[in-house]
Design a protein around this ligand. Structure first.
Ligand SMILES: NC(=O)c1ccc[n+]([C@@H]2O[C@H](COP(=O)([O-])OP(=O)(O)OC[C@H]3O[C@@H](n4cnc5c(N)ncnc54)[C@H](O)[C@@H]3O)[C@@H](O)[C@H]2O)c1
Ligand SMILES: [Zn+2]
Ligand SMILES: [Zn+2]
Length: 361
């Protein structure tokens, strides 16, 4: 029997989101039904609404969530009803060519629920990142539900499911920041600030935060930025060089998703430095670079999908760090809101007023 719940749906490109009745099927084999307790508003949800990810409208938005497993289908071993979980948009299949080579963090065939959630008239919904958690209940592949310590409050824990993991992982896993490294983070929203926090945990000697909004730079300092550059008034490439003895940073992390910023991050690297691209571009964007600079600067250009994380390994670890006082997830939660305030939250995000608005259900 399908469950009738309220969910936040983007019906067409650029149009405001609406609250719709969503039908969520009971879990089939390999699936889990999760009662969502909290879900953060990530810029990727806005990218979906703007048609910048793909055009498979209508979307059921929301993908940064924590909740409780309510029911599981046949053959599910990872979780059982009552488990407190964070939802992951990567659930390695164990069978694709990447998993078979021992790289499940790049799984090319990540699992999602097989059954569709639908609108009341039966129209199938595309759940954002295979999750769709701006809803009272959602249906996922059981491997997407990662059990963590229930002592972590859902508003904070859910953020590990996307932005915090993507940013921390960009610094610690993709960028492989080492003790003593210099790091520059371009764009200090939730994802960029998590990269700042990750660089601090990894032992970076200098962490330079760059944003257009002075308020964001203040917040970045609270996460561990040692220096800041206001890109609305100063050239970030010159700024990073000036703060690194004229050399550039060892690791530059782009957390905006803009070609000009990606170029700045490319040129702000030291020789043999690493550029980590976390910001998601829209399909029309291109970057042009002198090939001699690409070659002559050496190093690595690395896109980061979800911080190269392995949710089953990394989510419980980050929650333990949070509960142990070593990772301040609460600081990412700017406000808690109701389901029908997601559209407002997008505008606040665009105006730079929040790091994360978190829907509490
Ligand atoms: N790769 C992944 O796995 C992954 C996961 C989650 C989110 N993302 C992406 O990461 C990006 C950031 O997400 P978010 O939720 O932190 O968004 P956000 O909107 O909260 O933050 C973006 C920040 O960039 C700043 N900014 C904008 N233009 C800038 C410029 N020219 N120079 C410097 N700073 C600038 C904004 O002021 C803002 O503080 C988005 O593109 C999102 O889709 C990627
Ligand atoms: Zn796989
Ligand atoms: Zn996200």
């Amino acid at each position: 029997m399908a469950h009738e719940v309220r969910g936040v749906v983007a019906r067409e490109k650029g149009a405001p989101v609406s609250i719709e009745t969503v039908l969520v099927p009971d879990p089939g084999p390999g699936e889990a039904l999760v009662r969502v307790q909290a879900c953060g508003v990530c810029h990727t949800d806005l990218h979906y609404r703007e048609g910048a990810i793909n055009d498979e409208f209508p979307f059921l938005l929301g993908h940064e969530a924590a909740g409780v497993v309510e029911a599981v289908g046949d053959g599910v071993g990872e979780v059982e009803p009552g488990d407190y979980v964070i939802l992951a948009w990567r659930a390695p299949c164990g069978r694709c060519r990447s998993c078979r080579r021992g790289r499940p963090w790049h799984c090319f065939d990540s699992r999602n629920a097989r059954q569709s959630m639908t609108l009341a008239d039966g129209t199938p919904l595309s759940p954002a990142l295979g999750i769709g958690a701006f809803a009272e209940r959602t249906l996922v592949a059981s491997g997407q539900a990662v059990k963590v310590d229930p002592a972590a409050r859902p508003e904070a824990a859910g953020l590990v499911g996307c932005g915090v993991m993507a940013g921390l992982g960009a610094a610690m896993l993709t960028g492989n920041v080492q003790r003593g490294d210099t790091v520059a983070v371009f764009g200090c929203g939730g994802v960029g600030d998590a990269a700042v926090a990750g660089a601090r945990i990894a032992g970076a000697s200098k962490i330079i935060a760059i944003d257009l909004d002075p308020r964001k730079l203040e917040w970045a300092r609270e996460f561990g930025a040692t220096d800041t550059i206001d890109a609305s008034t100063a050239d970030p490439v010159e700024g990073v060089r000036a703060l690194t003895d004229g050399n550039g940073a060892d690791v530059c992390i782009e957390a905006v998703g803009h070609p000009e910023v990606a170029k700045q991050a490319f040129f702000a690297r030291d020789l043999a430095g690493t550029l980590v691209q976390v910001g998601v571009p829209d399909p029309t964007m291109t970057i042009e670079l002198p090939m001699i600079e690409f070659f002559g600067r050496g190093g690595a250009l690395k896109p980061s999908w979800y911080g190269d994380c392995l949710p089953s390994r990394d989510f419980p670890m980050l929650i333990d760090m949070y509960l142990g006082g070593r990772l301040d997830l609460d600081r990412f939660v700017s406000e808690t809101i109701a389901l029908d305030e997601v559209e407002d939250a997008f505008h606040k995000m665009e105006r730079g007023q929040v790091l994360r608005s978190v829907v509490v259900l």
